[in-house]
Design a protein around this ligand. Structure first.
Ligand code: HSE
Length: 307
């Protein structure tokens, strides 16, 4: 292996998984970003975007750059790197675009450095990137992106991460081509939760975790309910209620807003159901007249990979 240069695939993720705001997430097979990090002979971090998303390339303002700077600060070294990013996960899609950049960058850097850091360290560094993107450190996209599968963040201070087992699941996603900024989608949330709603949400989170670990699809389906965040955020997404209703009628187990939106995801037990859900999603957005993209994909059990 050429240890001066490394190329990786960094997957999209779905954070929250409906009821688990900021604590649950899963990784997708598709879409993913492609990133290459290489050693150079001059001090500094050069960032090149091979896409037209107009993202900043100044390291401190760039999601990948901020994560790498946090890593180098801990090493007390000046970076000598060139990072090339081909973003295929659109920023502002709700599919963990910023997490893919932040986690991908620190994963690649750790490999180039000979793996001095643990996964927990990498998650800690990558959260600096999330802070640049949304103003808040959260790990519910970064963790499944890095580790794959379904993950639970029991705590970020101190970091306490649990990988959950899960049955095979097919995941249908529709990304209406409108942008919802995570910072805005967080700003509108109520700061207080009535105890009655909290109890319902705790029941659903526990039910979802149990359903995933026991491979109980019916329990997964009835636990995919969010009484706190979804009612507030869904108003930002035209077609949300209709998409959800028609997807459930088509046989989906359940689903909701992907991360902070605007993407909507649905879980299905079988691929043919997931394909029927995709057709419903296409019809809803074609009728509304909003451009959209759909994905029919699966749980990604590997997380970030080199190639
Ligand atoms: N948990 C975060 C949120 C994910 O919902 O704001 C953002 O992608």
């Amino acid at each position: 292996m050429n240890t001066n240069k490394i190329s990786i695939k960094s997957p999209a993720t779905i954070a929250n998984l409906v009821c688990g705001f900021d604590i649950l997430g899963l990784a997708l097979e598709e879409p993913y970003d492609i990133m290459t990090l290489e050693n150079t002979d001059h001090p500094g971090l050069e960032i090149i975007h091979l896409d037209d998303h107009g993202l900043p390339t100044e390291p401190a303002k760039n999601v990948s750059g901020a994560a790498l700077l946090a890593m180098m600060e801990e090493l007390n070294e000046v970076p000598k790197w060139k990072l090339t990013i081909e973003k295929r996960i659109k920023p502002g899609s709700g599919l963990g675009s910023s997490a893919a950049s932040a986690a991908g960058a620190v994963f690649a850097a750790n490999k180039l450095l000979g793996s001095p850091f643990s996964n927990d360290d990498l998650i800690r560094f990558a959260m600096f990137g999330e802070k640049v993107a949304s103003g808040v450190k959260h790990a519910d996209n970064i963790t499944p992106c890095l580790l794959g599968g379904v993950t639970l963040i029991r705590s970020i201070h101190p970091l306490d991460i649990i990988s959950l087992s899960a049955p095979e699941l097919f995941i249908t996603v529709v990304h209406p081509q409108i942008e919802v900024r995570t910072a805005d989608a967080r700003q509108i949330l109520k700061k207080e939760v009535p105890l009655k709603q909290a109890i319902k949400q705790w029941g659903n989170i526990a039910g979802l975790v149990a359903g995933l670990m026991q491979g109980d699809h019916a329990l997964i389906g009835r636990s995919l309910e969010d009484v706190i965040i979804e009612p507030v955020r869904s108003i930002l997404i035209p077609g949300f209620e209709e998409t959800k209703r028609r997807s459930l009628e088509a046989g989906a187990l359940g689903g909701g807003i992907s991360g902070s939106g605007p993407s909507i995801f649905m879980l299905s037990k079988e691929e043919k159901t997931a394909a029927a859900v995709e057709q419903e999603m296409k019809q809803v957005y074609a009728a509304i007249g909003i451009d959209f993209k759909t994905y029919l994909t699966k749980l990604n059990m590997k997380g970030i990979t080199t190639f």
